[in-house]
Design a protein around this ligand. Structure first.
Ligand SMILES: Cc1cc2nc3c(=O)[nH]c(=O)nc-3n(C[C@H](O)[C@H](O)[C@H](O)COP(=O)(O)OP(=O)(O)OC[C@H]3O[C@@H](n4cnc5c(N)ncnc54)[C@H](O)[C@@H]3O)c2cc1C
Length: 388
C-alpha cells in the first residue's frame, strides 16, 4: 500500500488529522489497534476550549456540537467547604468553554470519516515504523492475519500514551519531562442534571470536581488514594464523600442517582521533546500527558493536529519551513497547558506529605484569586485556552 501520510491511532488526534488533511487534498491511511466499538466506548474528556470548537467548525465537524454542546461561562472554586469564588470566562477572557463529551466528538469524527470514505483500518496489530529518518519511511502492520507494508511520505504518531511511535525517536535525541502525582481521581457518570457551572473543590478530605457531559448526564470526581479499587467505592460512599467536600450551598443543589460508569485514573504530567524525528511527527497524548484538572488533554490533541495539518499542507505547496518547526510551534502551546494543569493540580489537591505551611499558602493563593480581578483574568485566559 502507499499513501501520503500514514497515521497511527484513530483516537481524536489521528481521526481529526486525517479529516484536516483530506480538506487540503492530502491522502492518509489511519491504523488503529482497537475496534471502532472499543474506541467509542472510552469515557474520557468533556470540556472543549473555544479554540477547539473553532477548529471543529472550520473543519465542518460541528453540526451536532453546535446543537448539543453546552456553553460554560464560568467556573467556581471552593475551599474549606465554605469559601467560594467564581471566575467569569466570558467577561474576563471574552470566550466561554463548551461541554461536549469526547465520545460524541469521536462519533462525529468517525461519521465524517465514513461519509468521506476515509481509510481507517481497525484491528491493525504489530504496527512498526521503519526508516523515519529517511526520505522513504514506511509502516508495517498485520491486518486480518496478513502482514502489510504501507509506504508513505510522512508518519503521524497519534497513538496515545502507550503507543509505539514515540519509541522511534532515538534515546540520544529524546528528552522526557515527567511528574507523577501520589493520588488518583475516582470518576462517575450519572444520568442526573448537573450543576449549572463547573465546581472545583479543595477540601481537607481531598479534591472534588463537579462537571457535566450534557443536561442529563453529570460527571463527578473525588481524589482518592492510588491503590483504591473501584469495588471499594459504592455509589453511597461516593456521594457522601463528594457532598462532604463542597460547600453546603452547592451540595444542596447536587442531584444524586445511580452511577452508570465508575473508574479510577492516575494523574501524570509528561512531555516528550522533540515532537518530530525525520519524517515522523507526534501529536496528542503520544507526546504529552496532563492531569485532567485543567481540562487540557483533548484540547492539546486538537491544537497539535491543527498545527501539523497546516504544516503538511504548506509542505505540499512548496513551503517546508512550518513542518521543520512543527515541534517548536506545538511545544510552546503544550508547555503552557502543562504548566497550567500542574498549577491547578497543586493548588487544589491534598498531597499525602503536604505540610500545614503548603496548605495555608494554597489557601492564600485562593484568597488572592477571589480578591484580584487581574489574577482571575490570568486563570480565565489560560483555562479557556490561549489563541493559536
Ligand atoms: C481515563 C481518562 C480520563 C480523561 N479525562 C480527561 C478529561 O476529563 N479532560 C481532558 O481534557 N482530557 C482527559 N483525558 C485525556 C484525553 O482523553 C486525551 O488527551 C485524548 O484522548 C487524547 O487523544 P489522542 O487521540 O491523542 O490519544 P488517544 O485518545 O489515546 O488515542 C490514541 C489511539 O491510538 C491507538 N493506539 C495505541 N497504540 C497503537 C498502536 N501500537 N497501533 C495502532 N493504534 C494504537 C489507541 O487504541 C487509541 O485509539 C482523559 C484520559 C483518560 C485516559
Amino acid at each position: 500500500m502507499r499513501t501520503q501520510v500514514a497515521i497511527i491511532g484513530a483516537g481524536p488526534a489521528g481521526t481529526l488529522l486525517s479529516l484536516l488533511l483530506r480538506q487540503q487534498g492530502i491522502e492518509s491511511v489511519v491504523l488503529e489497534r482497537q475496534t471502532k466499538e472499543y474506541v467509542l466506548s472510552r469515557i474520557r474528556a468533556g470540556v472543549l476550549e473555544w479554540t477547539s470548537v473553532e477548529i471543529m467548525r472550520a473543519a465542518g465537524l460541528s453540526e451536532r456540537l453546535d446543537v448539543e454542546g453546552h456553553r460554560h461561562e464560568s467556573i467556581k472554586i471552593s475551599w474549606r467547604a465554605e469559601e467560594l469564588l467564581s471566575i467569569d470566562f466570558e467577561r474576563l477572557a471574552g470566550k466561554p468553554m463548551m461541554a461536549y463529551g469526547q465520545t460524541k466528538i469521536q462519533e462525529d469524527l468517525y461519521a465524517a470519516a465514513d461519509a468521506h470514505g476515509q481509510d481507517i483500518i481497525f484491528g491493525a496489530s504489530d504496527v512498526e515504523i521503519h526508516d523515519p529518518n529517511s526520505d522513504a519511511p514506511w509502516v508495517s502492520f498485520t491486518a486480518n492475519g496478513e502482514p502489510v507494508r504501507l509506504d508513505c511520505d510522512f508518519v503521524a504518531g497519534c497513538d496515545g500514551a502507550h503507543g509505539v511511535s514515540r519509541g522511534s525517536i532515538p534515546d540520544s535525541i529524546k528528552r522526557e519531562y515527567e511528574r507523577s502525582y501520589p493520588f488518583g481521581w475516582l470518576g462517575i457518570l450519572s444520568e442526573t442534571p448537573p450543576l449549572p457551572h463547573l465546581l472545583y473543590a479543595n477540601h481537607e478530605r481531598g479534591f472534588a470536581l463537579c462537571s457535566e457531559r450534557n443536561p442529563m448526564l453529570s460527571r463527578y470526581y473525588v481524589q482518592c488514594p492510588l491503590d483504591d479499587r473501584v469495588e471499594d467505592w459504592s455509589d453511597d460512599r461516593f456521594w457522601s464523600e463528594l457532598l462532604a467536600r463542597v460547600p453546603k450551598s452547592e451540595a444542596d443543589n447536587i442531584v444524586t442517582g445511580p452511577s452508570i460508569e465508575k473508574s479510577i485514573a492516575p494523574l501524570r504530567s509528561y512531555v516528550c521533546e522533540p515532537m518530530q524525528y525525520g519524517r515522523m511527527f507526534l501529536a496528542g497524548d503520544a507526546a504529552h500527558i496532563v492531569p485532567p484538572t485543567g481540562a487540557k488533554g483533548l484540547n492539546l490533541s486538537i491544537s497539535d493536529v491543527h498545527y501539523l495539518a497546516t504544516a503538511m499542507a504548506a509542505h505540499y505547496s512548496g513551503d517546508p519551513g512550518q513542518l521543520a518547526s512543527y515541534s517548536e510551534t506545538a511545544l510552546r502551546r503544550v508547555w503552557g497547558s502543562v504548566r497550567f494543569s500542574w498549577w491547578m493540580t497543586v493548588l487544589l489537591h491534598r498531597f499525602p506529605d503536604q505540610s500545614p505551611f503548603e496548605q495555608r499558602a494554597n489557601e492564600e493563593d485562593l484568597h488572592y484569586l477571589s480578591r484580584s480581578e487581574a489574577a482571575q483574568t490570568s486563570v480565565a485566559e489560560q483555562y479557556v485556552g490561549l489563541d493559536l
